[in-house]
Design a protein around this ligand. Structure first.
Ligand SMILES: Nc1ncnc2c1ncn2[C@@H]1O[C@H](COP(=O)(O)OP(=O)(O)O)[C@@H](O)[C@H]1O
Ligand SMILES: [Mg+2]
Length: 267
């Protein structure tokens, strides 16, 4: 049985879709049978990140409503042998889905794939719940800034209430030069305020913009680039120990105690 991992965040635009596409591709390249599900029904764009927007005929509402089989809704990625995609409906709200059929949908994917990654919408609405209720694990994607982290904190508490056992943090769009100047929080401080384990640290990298532009999640894995960070995250999901990339360590004194006061674990 595979596992369902939800990729969530408090705020939009933190990089959930980017991470789902790249980490999914990295898992598939390492030989793991992987399916990526676009759980962001209203604003679906994982199809674009994967270059599959013109391949969509059916989506998971067709399966959950009983008009399509699993094979009908699974779209194979033509470049990567082990990578599959399931599209979100554009007009059927996930709140209309039958709960038992929804659970059966996730279970049938888990029985066929080793990794099921669900790209959730921002926040904690219906699309989030569609995947969150059934998720075995969660990856919270946040920027290293107070408002993004505080919104992440709220999502984490909802996932904890749902009983999600493993909840890990990915920090995205890290800019080492800003950390060195003391105007961006470093990873240790972000982990400190959220009190969840870290799964990865991804630098700001224009190669990501280029991959998204091409509709192909194949960002080069240079030594310190985002491509390497995505590969490392995929490797950790496979259970390997991979050291974290280091991106500076000098959050300004006094700043952290001010930030900490905003978070639930400290208050
Ligand atoms: N590490 C990164 N470096 C540069 N640009 C990034 C990085 N991560 C994400 N982006 C860009 O940020 C934007 C939002 O990313 P996206 O994955 O769509 O966010 P979300 O799905 O959380 O709303 C996109 O334009 C994406 O290319
Ligand atoms: Mg998205």
């Amino acid at each position: 049985m595979g596992k369902l991992i939800i990729i969530a965040s408090g705020k939009g635009g933190t990089g959930k879709t980017t991470l789902t596409a790249h980490v999914g591709a990295a898992l598939a390249r390492s030989g793991r049978l992987t399916v990526l599900v676009d759980a962001d029904a209203g604003f679906r764009n994982l199809d674009i990140a994967l270059g599959l927007e013109s391949s969509i005929v059916y989506d998971y509402s067709d399966y959950i409503n009983g008009t399509s089989d699993l094979d009908d809704i699974l779209i194979k990625n033509s470049d990567l042998e082990n990578l599959y995609f399931v599209a979100a409906p554009q007009s059927v709200p996930t709140s209309d889905f039958d709960e038992d059929k929804t659970e059966e949908f996730w279970n049938s994917l888990k029985s066929r794939f080793e990794f099921v990654l669900a790209d959730a919408p921002a926040g904690m609405g219906d699309g989030f719940m569609f995947a969150a209720k059934y998720a075995d694990e969660a990856i919270i994607v946040s920027l290293a800034e107070t408002s993004s982290l505080r919104d992440a904190d709220r999502v984490i508490s909802v996932l904890e209430d749902l009983g999600t056992e493993t909840i890990r943090l990915v920090l995205n769009r890290i800019r080492p030069e800003l950390i060195e100047r003391g105007i961006m929080m470093n990873a240790d401080d972000c982990v400190d305020v959220l009190s969840i384990p870290i799964l990865g640290i991804i630098p700001e990298d224009e190669a990501v913009t280029e991959s998204m532009f091409k509709g192909s999640p194949d960002t080069e894995a240079g030594e310190y680039g985002a491509g390497r960070a995505f590969e490392n995250i995929a490797s950790r999901l496979r259970g390997n120990q991979v050291p974290m990339m280091e991106f500076g360590s000098s959050t300004k004194k006094g700043f952290l105690s001010r930030v900490k006061a905003l978070f639930r674990k400290q208050s």
